[in-house]
Design a protein around this ligand. Structure first.
Ligand SMILES: Nc1nc2c(c(=O)[nH]1)N[C@H]1C(S)=C(S)[C@@H](COP(=O)(O)OP(=O)(O)OC[C@H]3O[C@@H](n4cnc5c(N)ncnc54)[C@H](O)[C@@H]3O)O[C@H]1N2
Ligand code: MOO
Ligand code: MG
Length: 437
């Protein structure tokens, strides 16, 4: 039987085909304590200004600045302290000429006052049971006041729908009274690992067998991307078993990931499974390394990601093709990983006609970003993944790359994201990668 010939398509083309089937999920509410790591289900809009009232940023005395015009070292002026307020209290009496209110940080400025002097700059006095202070300098209108809305005005969009909720966003949610937070419902993403060679994690090594790392790696990639992983198990390379498992799992999830069995081998059953499912295969070969065999199919608008069995290829396939689908589902309008330009930290002499996504480690040195390939650059390698925080994009060509060249990198740990236009790299990379530092 002749082996099937597959036509590789460009990475960007593959992404575009996948993104045709993007869908957005629904919204639900979670208690704010559980909101961290979720994605905002609606724009977070300030419904009141911050601060909501003029307040004192210091412990001091609220005064009318006009009373201080003549104050100087040679001419100290004496103010009468007519009351005291701490944060949370409001002073409602009238403050007259040459009078002051002792005020603590965070307290609302009394209506009649327009400035605050810090405790440290006055000399406090007591006389006949009354409190006074002496001031030796003039104070400007507005000195030491945090004005209403100086942090943010009412109506400002502080975080867009789809934003990754970090501790700072949680602070805002609390500020605006979200006891329960609207979050994007996470897509349920099924994982099935195929391969008769796969051992369960608690099994001892046996001849010809390896432990199943892809299922757990993918599980955590799904978590990092913001999805809800559901692991359906690992199955031997048996067409009927795998077909039944894939068919059943597919019913229960928003999208299904399989690992292994997508190439042209005798026991690579995913192509036959897509056929039996009547699924429409979007592509089964991409001009990239690793992950060239990554296959994506669609049935009734739902996606099946046939990721490679080779760990590095599986990893890269997920980040390039599955992640943006997950982030779009979570309402992000920047669902792609962020791309940047860095200096290549080591020679990469291997030439290849396909675009390479080399697992790399990004470091910073005196304002420069340096991305260095980690481990063996082979798609069946697993150890390089632990140190990888970027993918170094090396466009296909006839020559290799040298240390110090500018290369595009994809930031794996970034939560901010990028748009498709920002993410497509070929133009910028091929323009810049041949320039030396
Ligand atoms: N004649 C050809 N052979 C191969 C081609 C090709 O074009 N022509 N493509 C190669 C490329 S590129 C890749 S990548 C692999 C893809 O293989 P499959 O996706 O079909 O995956 P398997 O055959 O099932 O396994 C490949 C490899 O990965 C290991 N594996 C599988 N599952 C796991 C797992 N869950 N955890 C860890 N490791 C796993 C498996 O043991 C194999 O070593 O095909 C090339 N061949
Ligand atoms: O899919 Mo393979 O990773 O190109 O080695
Ligand atoms: Mg295979």
């Amino acid at each position: 039987m002749a082996v099937e010939r597959r036509n590789p398509i460009k990475v960007n083309e593959a992404i575009e085909r996948v993104m045709t089937y993007k869908r957005e999920g629904s919204i639900s509410y979670v208690p704010i304590e559980q909101s961290y790591g979720n994605f905002l289900g609606e724009d977070l809009i300030a419904d009141h200004p911050i601060p909501p009232f003029d307040r004192s940023p210091y412990d001091g005395f609220a005064i009318q600045s006009g009373d201080t015009i003549d104050a100087s070292r040679g001419n100290p002026l004496v103010f009468e302290v007519i009351g005291e307020i701490g944060a949370g209290s409001v002073f409602t009496n009238t403050v007259g000429k040459m009078q002051a209110v002792r005020i603590m940080t965070g307290a609302q400025i009394p209506d009649d006052c327009d400035a605050v002097v810090m405790l440290e700059v006055v000399k406090e006095l007591e006389d006949g049971g009354k409190s006074y202070f002496e001031l030796k300098r003039s104070i400007e209108n507005g000195d030491n006041i945090s004005f209403t809305g100086e942090d943010t005005e009412a109506g400002t969009v502080l975080a867009a729908k789809g934003t990754h909720i970090n501790p700072g966003v949680v602070a805002l949610l609390a500020t605006f009274g979200y006891k329960n937070v609207p979050v994007s419902v996470k897509p349920k993403i099924g994982i099935i690992a195929t391969g008769s060679e796969l051992l369960a994690l608690d099994e001892p090594l046996q001849p010809g067998k390896i432990r199943n790392s892809n299922a757990y790696m993918t599980y955590s990639q799904i978590l990092r991307a913001g999805g809800e992983p559901i692991y359906f198990g690992q199955f031997n390379d048996d067409l009927d078993t795998c077909f039944e498992q894939v068919q059943a799992a597919f019913e229960e999830v928003d999208l299904l990931i399989t690992t292994g069995g997508v190439s042209v081998g005798d026991f690579d059953y995913l192509p036959a499974i897509y056929e039996r499912l009547n699924a429409n295969v979007l592509f089964n070969k991409i001009g990239m390394r690793p992950g060239s065999v990554t296959t994506v199919a669609e049935k009734d608008g739902k996606l099946l990601f046939g990721l490679s069995g080779n760990p590095s290829a599986c990893y890269v396939g997920f980040e390039l093709f599955t992640r943006p689908i997950i982030r779009t589902y979570l309402h992000s309008d920047a669902p792609f990983l962020k791309k940047e330009i860095a200096f290549l930290g080591a020679d990469f002499p291997k030439a290849n006609p396909f675009d390479r996504f080399v697992r790399g480690h990004l470091t910073y040195k005196e304002g420069k970003m340096i991305a260095t390939p980690v481990g063996l650059d082979k798609s069946n390698v697993v150890t390089s993944l632990a140190d990888a925080n970027v993918l170094i994009v090396l466009p296909g060509g006839t020559r290799g790359y040298e240390q110090g060249m500018e290369v595009a990198i994809i930031l794996l740990e970034d939560q901010e994201g990028a748009t498709f236009n920002h993410f497509t790299w070929n133009d910028i990379n091929s323009r810049r990668s041949h320039r030396h530092v």
